[in-house]
Design a protein around this ligand. Structure first.
Ligand code: AHG
Ligand code: MN
Ligand code: MN
Length: 345
């Protein structure tokens, strides 16, 4: 029986404490291609600043007016939490002023927000993922995806944001938990930074993260299993056999938190479709596709159970999709069970 206290990856920079002080600004600058204009780097830095501001509010949510409901219902039909609204406003405000983004798709806005200035990038974001956890002081996060406009500098059109994840040029998330982390990829590996709250700096913790070969967790909400399509349940039965990898079941109720733990320790996160919601709950543009992009960059895969999430062409900015994302072997195994011919129940 393997332990469920697997070691995290080795720190990205070892040696003396001085070697640990690689700020995200330095890392972005060092990894930026010679030919780059610096626009993407600058926009990623704006998102890092948004993360600091949201983290600051999150850490004191119980002491301010940040807990609880906002009294507003969003386009998803879900009641917005105060922190959802704050996160959405901070991200939109910083990206609007940053001048690198021309359009923003947000879970909390019914329509796309167009910014003046025609920056070359389009951002999709879930300003606060795991909102049901806020009042329980359980970890939450922000998820983002970045497209480059088809004609940079022109007025953005629907073809700039209603696109498959294969077109993403960057994706990442912020995690507000025991520490605040920023994890991102621009197509050159997945890199993780931890916020030093005193210094106000994101410092490099791990570079080039990859899913470990031995998986430790599967993240499925088993309470919903009676509503899943048959193949998904067969995966869970397989995961519990004596002759398969010994995994523990962990489900936080915040996809970004489950994704992060599974990235470090190996595993798969699932939000399947159900008989009454075949497309499931998670949204393709700002949850499924960015997480699938990161998963592929880390040697894993994101799927709707049959197809890579990165191949799906959204028809609507809030389109939902089943999500199975994590270690390659586990997601491929899940797809095998889903594609197997239906057996007698
Ligand atoms: P959001 O808070 O942005 O709506 O996302 C919450 C999502 C996802 O993060 C999480 O895994 C899932 O909802 C939990 O849903 P259930 O409570 O239905 O399991
Ligand atoms: Mn979410
Ligand atoms: Mn959300």
């Amino acid at each position: 029986m393997s332990t469920f206290d697997p070691d995290p990856p080795a720190p990205a920079v070892g040696g003396s404490p001085a070697a640990q002080l690689v700020t995200i600004k330095r890392f972005l600058a060092d990894r930026q291609p010679e030919s780059a204009t610096g626009d993407l780097t600058s926009m990623l830095y704006d998102l890092a600043v948004a993360g600091k501001l949201i983290s600051n509010k999150t850490r004191r949510a119980g002491l301010t007016d940040m807990l609880g409901r906002s009294g507003v219902t969003n386009v998803q039909g879900e009641e917005q939490k105060s922190l959802d609204v704050y996160a959405d406003e901070v991200i939109a405000g910083l990206l609007a002023q940053g001048g690198r983004v021309s359009a923003l798709v947000s879970e909390e806005q019914p329509e796309v927000t167009i910014f003046e200035g025609n920056g070359p990038y389009v951002v999709t974001c879930d300003p606060l993922d795991g909102s049901s956890n806020i009042d329980a002081n359980v970890s939450i996060g922000t998820i983002f995806g970045v497209f480059k406009q088809r004609e940079p500098g022109s007025r953005p059109t629907v073809d700039d944001w209603l696109r498959p994840g294969r077109d993403l040029v960057a994706a990442g998330y912020l995690l507000y938990s025991t520490s605040t982390m920023l994890v991102y990829s621009t197509g050159d590996g997945v890199h993780a930074f931890t916020l030093d709250p005193e210094a106000g700096e994101f410092l490099l913790t791990w570079s080039d993260l990859e899913f470990p070969a031995d998986p430790s967790y599967y993240s499925f909400n088993l309470a919903a299993s009676r509503h899943w399509e048959q193949g998904v349940e067969r995966f869970v039965h397989w995961a519990n056999r004596d002759d398969t990898p010994t995994m523990s079941q962990r489900y936080i109720g915040s996809a970004v938190s489950d994704f992060h733990r599974n990235l470090l320790h190996g595993g798969i996160f699932a939000y399947p479709g159900t008989d009454d919601e075949p497309a499931g709950k998670l949204r393709l543009l700002y949850e499924g596709a960015p997480l699938a992009y990161l998963a592929e960059q880390a040697g894993g895969r994101g799927s709707d159970g049959r197809t890579s999430l990165l191949e799906l062409q959204p028809a609507d900015i809030h389109q939902r999709t089943p999500v199975f994302v994590g270690a390659l072997e586990l997601v491929e195994r899940l797809e095998e069970f889903v594609s197997e011919p239906l057996q007698d129940a």
